[in-house]
Design a protein around this ligand. Sequence first.
Ligand code: ATP
Length: 148
Amino acid sequence: MPFRLDIVTAERQVYSEDVDLVLAPGADGQLGILPRHAPLFTLLTAGPLVIRKGGEETEIALSGGFMEVARNRVTIMADAAEHAEEIDEARARAGMERARERLQHRVADMDLERAQAAMRRAVARLAVVERRRRRRGERGSRPGGATP
Ligand code: ATP
């Protein structure tokens, strides 16, 4: 029995579908949401969000936010969220490099948490891009390139 997943940011609706499973990057670790999950309101960190729907898996890069589970409905209010095909890989790499520089050459008044958060966002985006590439590669390498 599927449940509704809505992902929204201040700017747009990113996702709205009936799904079978959500794996969300909870602030205290991965959270698995199945149908009829108990009500929950929790903080999310930046990371890949995995969605399973009808045997297909989709990943969305999430930049932190909140998740509410209520009445068999999951709502994620994200700081930012991107589908794999929306992610500018070069931009994410540049962001990761910038964050790495800041974390390596720490100065007294630097905002450590901010640099770490920027790093997490970039890593999440690159992980989502990479996972999509691997999936496509696997599919493409099958004889005939057909999906089973
Ligand atoms: P940058 O330093 O490159 O701006 P950021 O992590 O600081 O990255 P955010 O503040 O998380 O960026 O996001 C600002 C907006 O830009 C959001 O709408 C987000 O979806 C979008 N965005 C950020 N990075 C990327 C990317 N690599 N590809 C596509 N969209 C992105």
